[in-house]
Design a protein. Structure first.
Length: 94
């Protein structure tokens, strides 16, 4: 998820299960790069197609191999579902 906080670009990436998130600066070599999920706890940058690890922010394959995204402070919210009184699933954060 790409967002902006305090005037800075921020990338929030989630692990496979969606239970853990990491916040990074998406700036690589002075330019803001967009990322998409690539499955298996990996993400791919749209500029070079390089593959990055969601949990470490390190580029594992491709043109940018060995580079690492700078971490940003960010909170983690656990989201789970429960059945409400009408028998419908609803998301709750904890």
């Amino acid at each position: 998820m790409h967002m902006e906080a305090a005037g800075e670009a921020v990338l929030v990436a989630f692990d496979r299960a969606g239970a853990t998130s990491r916040s990074y600066s998406p700036v690589v070599d002075g330019r803001v790069v967009r990322f998409v999920m690539a499955g298996g706890g990996k993400m791919k940058d749209s500029a070079t197609g390089s593959i990055w690890d969601v949990c470490t922010g390190e580029c594992e394959r491709g043109e940018l191999k060995g580079k690492r995204l700078e971490t940003r402070p960010g909170g983690r919210t656990m989201v789970r579902s429960r059945r409400n009184q009408d028998g419908q699933d609803e998301k709750i954060a904890s």
